[in-house]
Design a protein around this ligand. Structure first.
Ligand SMILES: [Zn+2]
Ligand SMILES: [Zn+2]
Length: 303
């Protein structure tokens, strides 16, 4: 059974001091995610997939450390984009680095032994694809993930590599990041949609909601009790499975019917926007049975 509640403006917690609008990705963002996947895998019905994703994210951590050959964003470009109020790392203007296809093959070789034989066969086919096909798939993933031609077996590998590159570039913006998040449904750094949202607990951002970018791993602030898609503030509903997924809710806007998963660090300090999104699929399924909604989040590991 799902539970439903409506968040009232009076229930909101106020931040102490000035609000941090954008959190750039931490150095260990993928390492923490890998540990979270391992933790969530215990006694889970998706255990083998979660353990596989623990290996993928561990590889992402190692790859991020060796991504220093990627060009860093220069201060002039960042300043120009800020002036024009456009995301400096939008994939439409910031091209993929040609090394990404070779990185997909390294990821496959590093993780395929953790897959059953059937999965290994699919990966062998992916390894044999040419650059044109890979580039086309990456474009679908970044710009049109609902396209029927997107190969769901390839998406997690392509997405994992592109996440590493864009996370590296987001980190290179430290000190040059936009001052304001724009309160938009899209990442102010790369223009991508969120995976899910996290309500922080403790520290200067305690009680504030941040949307987690699906591509560059940054988080941007959007006030609670406000739909990030249409900005409606009336009667935002929350759905959840409190007994089994205490830290997870799905918020739904009655005006545009869009929904977004929200994770509460107050309930579990270790929640991760990507890992907990995969591990709480049961909440999505239960809500879908209850009410019609359109998720705005995208998770490369669940396409
Ligand atoms: Zn982003
Ligand atoms: Zn809305």
């Amino acid at each position: 059974m799902t539970t439903r509640s409506v968040l009232q403006p009076g229930q909101l917690e106020a931040a102490a001091g000035p609000i941090v609008e954008i959190h750039l990705p931490a150095e260990d963002v993928f390492l923490r995610r890998s540990r979270r996947f391992e933790h969530l895998a215990a006694h889970h019905t998706l255990q083998s997939y979660l353990l596989f994703l623990a290996q993928v994210t561990r590889w992402q951590h190692n790859e991020l450390q060796r991504s220093t050959e990627l060009p860093a964003v220069d201060a002039h470009t960042a300043a120009q984009c800020q002036k024009l109020q456009i995301p400096p790392l939008a994939p439409t203007r910031w091209p993929r680095h040609p090394s990404w296809c070779a990185a997909v093959n390294r990821l496959i070789r590093a993780t395929s032994r953790h897959l059953p034989e059937k999965g290994k066969d699919a990966l062998a086919m992916l390894e044999a694809r040419d650059t044109h096909w890979m580039e086309e798939q990456a474009s679908f993933l970044l710009h049109n993930p609902e396209n029927d031609s997107l190969d769901p077996a390839a998406a997690p590998f392509i997405g994992a590599v592109l996440q590493v590159h864009w996370t590296y570039w987001a980190q290179s913006l430290r000190g040059m990041e936009p001052a304001s998040s724009g309160h938009s449904a899209h990442c102010p750094l790369c223009g991508s949609p969120p995976v899910s949202a996290v309500v922080h607990a403790g520290g200067a951002s305690s009680g504030l909601r941040y949307l987690q970018c699906s591509l560059c791993s940054s988080q941007w602030h959007v006030v609670r009790a406000k739909c990030s898609r249409c900005e409606n503030t009336r009667d935002i509903g929350y759905y959840g499975l409190e007994k089994t997924h205490e830290a997870v809710r799905i918020e739904m806007c009655p005006a545009c019917r869009s929904s977004l998963k929200v994770l509460f660090r107050k309930k579990d300090a270790a929640v991760d926007a990507v890992a907990d999104d995969v591990a709480s699929l049961a909440v999505d399924a239960a809500m879908t049975e209850t009410v019609e909604h359109r998720p705005i989040g995208i998770n490369f590991f669940m396409l």
